[in-house]
Design a protein around this ligand. Structure first.
Ligand code: ADP
Length: 421
């Protein structure tokens, strides 16, 4: 294991894990700290997902250092601190404090802070972050409820969060290529310790990787991880790049789909599955609240389904129906009620022989993963952009596809199985 990554939220961790996998690293993702005895003999990178983006800075520092210690014990020679490509943070942190603490952990020196991700519309020029061509402080991020970004100049933004002197590695040095960039970094790091780095195209991310892969700590968005695997290979830090998998071996067993997302894409996928004849059970929140529909009933229905076909349990509904449910039950109560029920159903699936499970919905996935105790996942083939098959490797052995509500094509629930062997 070479690269230990600490991500400040769960979806960001998945983003990064996918990026590393695409670029050739065999990657494992862990929700919270991975077990200290995790077998990493076939693993190049471990990504730890924290939920530390908007917690108190001191707590974010403690959690990040705890993660760094476990990753170091697992063998990580390099650390990567991952945050959002829109630099989501306040003047109180947490990017500055965590970067500073991790820099101390790796023994000082200097590092970079680069959230650029040109393909996703995040570019940095003269230290200013643009979101789809608009300065950060004019983008929708200016009104973010937790981390409103009112200044596009990341040198200033980061300097307000840390006592370490913040500098800039500007476009000319990046454009000139890896040697020039590395020389600029070496020269400037005698006085400045964290550098915002300009990047307006993928080629710049690869240059940054080639120039700075020797650093014990890199911080940034998932974009800046793009250039690291190839640079690690060049530096003989890894023996080979592993092409992203197109298939994943999974334990034999039944297939199931749990959908708790009401997003448009998921509703389309539910409809396509029903139209294709997938056996389905609709969960009605009001019937659940009234005790008319129960977990035991759902499990009885599951037990009556053919074992050689996938089945679908869903609560997905259109916006009007969701609104009515929320008006009667309250929005949070309705959400928790369904998440809890789908979690309970999920927990009962392994004993029913289910080994291959698709879950639709971000919050729903969180509830299901927690109910199953599936915290550590290897990243497998991407089914549709942003959604890989994963295999749970600590605790339960199961193939899981955890889909954010709006991700995936209409035939997602039908075609995903073809990637498993
Ligand atoms: P997405 O990724 O699409 O946002 P989530 O799972 O994150 O999906 O969120 C969907 C939320 O809606 C969950 O809290 C879920 O329990 C809740 N929910 C699911 N079905 C219904 C429904 N029919 N009525 C009201 N709320 C629902």
């Amino acid at each position: 294991m070479l690269l230990g990554c600490i991500a400040d939220d769960l979806t960001g961790a998945t983003d990064l894990a996918l990026m590393l996998t695409r670029e050739g690293l065999r990657t494992v993702q862990s929700t919270g700290l991975p077990p200290a005895n995790l077998d990493v003999s076939e693993v190049d990178a471990v990504v730890v997902a924290l939920k530390s983006r908007t917690i108190v800075a001191a707590d974010a520092v403690t959690q990040s250092l705890d993660a760094a210690k476990v990753l170091r014990k697992l063998g990580a020679q390099r650390l990567f601190f991952k945050y959002c490509s829109t630099f989501d943070s306040t003047d109180k942190g947490n990017i500055g404090p965590v970067a500073e603490a991790l820099l101390g952990f790796v023994g000082g020196g200097a590092t970079i802070a680069c959230p650029a991700f040109p393909k996703a519309g995040r570019t940095i020029y003269a230290g200013n972050l643009f979101v789809n061509g608009v300065p950060l402080n004019e983008s929708p991020m200016k009104d973010h409820p937790l981390t409103p970004m009112r200044d596009a100049n990341l040198v200033r933004v980061l300097q307000r969060q840390t006592a370490l002197p913040v500098g800039l590695l500007a476009y000319d040095a990046v454009e000139a290529g890896a040697d020039t960039l590395r020389a600029a970094f070496d020269q400037k790091s005698s006085s400045e310790k964290i550098f915002i780095v300009d990047a307006v195209a993928d080629v710049h991310l690869r240059t940054i990787g080639a120039a700075l892969a020797h650093l014990p700590l890199i911080t940034g968005g998932s974009g800046v991880a793009m250039g690291l695997p190839a640079a690690y290979l060049d530096a003989s830090l890894i023996a080979k790049l592993t092409p992203p998998p197109t298939q994943m071996a999974a334990p034999k067993g039944r297939q199931a789909i749990l959908a708790g997302s009401c997003s448009a894409a998921t509703r389309g996928q539910v409809k396509a599955a029903i139209d294709a004849g997938v056996p389905h059970l609709r969960i009605d929140p009001l019937s659940v609240a009234d005790g008319v529909q129960t977990k035991d009933q759902a499990l009885q229905w599951i037990d009556a389904q053919p074992e050689d076909k996938p089945f679908l349990v869903y609560s997905s509904d259109d916006p009007d129906a969701v609104r009515q449910v929320q008006e009667r039950l309250g929005r949070d109560k309705a959400g928790t009620l369904i998440e809890h029920l789908l979690g309970e159903i999920a927990a009962a699936l392994p004993e029913r022989g289910v080994t291959r499970l698709i879950v639709a919905g971000g919050e729903t996935s969180g509830a299901v993963v927690q109910a199953l105790g599936a915290d550590v996942l290897t990243i497998g083939p991407e089914i549709d952009p942003g959604v890989p098959w994963t295999r749970s490797i600590a605790g339960i052995d199961m193939a899981l596809a955890l889909k954010s509500g709006n991700f995936g094509a209409e035939d997602f629930f039908l075609k995903a199985w073809d990637r498993l062997s």
